[in-house]
Ligand binder design. Structure first.
Ligand code: R5P
Length: 311
């Protein structure tokens, strides 16, 4: 097997390769003067089981195109099996038609990855589990919850915890985390969003008074959802609010928003390469998921169970 990296998250790709004690494939993903992407693989991959690591994070379209061209290069170089390792799968939030005459872009992206020549996909905390069904090739969806639960136990295990879903759509994810935290109680923020990028908190379902709240979500983008929810939880008497989010998209002024928010701490993973602002923020801490992905890659290559990673 071999691990290849495109450009979106080289530190994570290197860490995955480090976990597997192997070098990255000697390849170059570069740009022509007009920004067209060019990929050159400098070693033999004929007959190999190759895993290409690329998050389709900002700039989403460029990173997606890099992934597609890497897959094409591997296919034409006669790799035996190509797995697209997409720790952050961009476009995932466009997974249904929110109104008439709108696209289902997550499905389109799944088609593109498949058509480019991927044989399998490995993603982490897909926005909706059903996105696995958008691919007609085997797709593994890893969960960040075990990594988060271990950190929560170590840092906040002695506190009176309450797991909080910042919206109704995240309840299944929050319940799974609560189960890992000795069946901690659950609360839900009933969020209504009038238009994309804006959020408004309506109601807290559950008694959060005196509790140390752990909010869990798949994505923090503008930060609006979390920062508003944190304030509402404190207004309802929560003792503190900490957030654990898999994908730190953190667009625009999100880091400043988090820094100025009522959140005690925001913990993200390195599924997306953190910006300098995120790394410098005193409120943001980054957990690595490289061993989780590395172990899943090893098991896929060995054809052993991936789901047992989460037992
Ligand atoms: C939405 O359903 C997602 O799970 C996140 O809650 C959302 O993408 C976060 O966006 P923002 O940080 O912009 O409020």
């Amino acid at each position: 097997m071999k691990i290849m990296a495109a450009n979106s998250n080289l530190p994570l790709a290197r860490a995955i390769a480090g976990y597997l004690e192997m070098p990255l494939v000697d390849a170059q993903v570069r740009r022509f003067a007009d920004e067209e992407i060019f990929v050159e693989i400098h070693e033999n991959v004929r007959g190999e089981d190759v895993f290409v690591v690329q998050s389709t994070s900002y700039p989403a379209n460029d990173n997606l195109m890099e992934l597609l061209i890497c897959i094409d290069a591997l296919k034409r170089a006669s790799a035996k099996r190509i797995t697209a390792v997409v720790p952050y799968f961009g476009y995932a939030r466009q997974d249904r038609k929110p109104g008439p005459r709108t696209p289902i872009s997550a499905k389109l992206v799944a088609n593109l990855i498949t058509e480019a020549g991927a044989d399998r996909v490995l993603a982490v905390d897909l926005h909706a589990g059903q996105i696995q069904g958008f691919f007609d090739i085997p797709t593994d969806n890893l969960f960040g919850a075990p990594v988060m639960a271990a950190d929560i136990q170590a840092r906040y295990g002695d506190k009176d915890l309450m797991v909080v879903s910042p919206d109704v759509g995240g309840v299944v994810r929050a319940r799974a985390l609560a189960k890992r935290l000795d069946n901690a109680p659950l609360a839900i923020v009933d969020k209504r969003r009038d238009r994309p990028g804006e959020s408004e908190v309506m109601n807290i379902i559950g008694d959060v008074k005196g509790r140390h709240c752990i909010m869990i979500d798949d994505i923090i983008d503008s930060g609006g959802t979390l920062c508003n929810a944190a304030q509402s939880l404190l207004d309802e008497g929560a003792a503190s609010v900490t957030a654990y989010i898999t994908h730190g998209v953190l667009s625009g002024g999100a880091v400043a928003r988090v820094d100025g928010s009522a959140l005690k701490e925001l913990v993200i993973t390195d599924s997306i390469k953190p910006t300098d602002a995120a790394k410098d923020s005193e409120k943001i801490r980054i957990l690595t998921i490289a061993p989780l992905i590395g172990e899943a890659v090893r098991r896929i290559a060995d054809e052993s169970s991936v789901s047992s990673l989460f037992d």
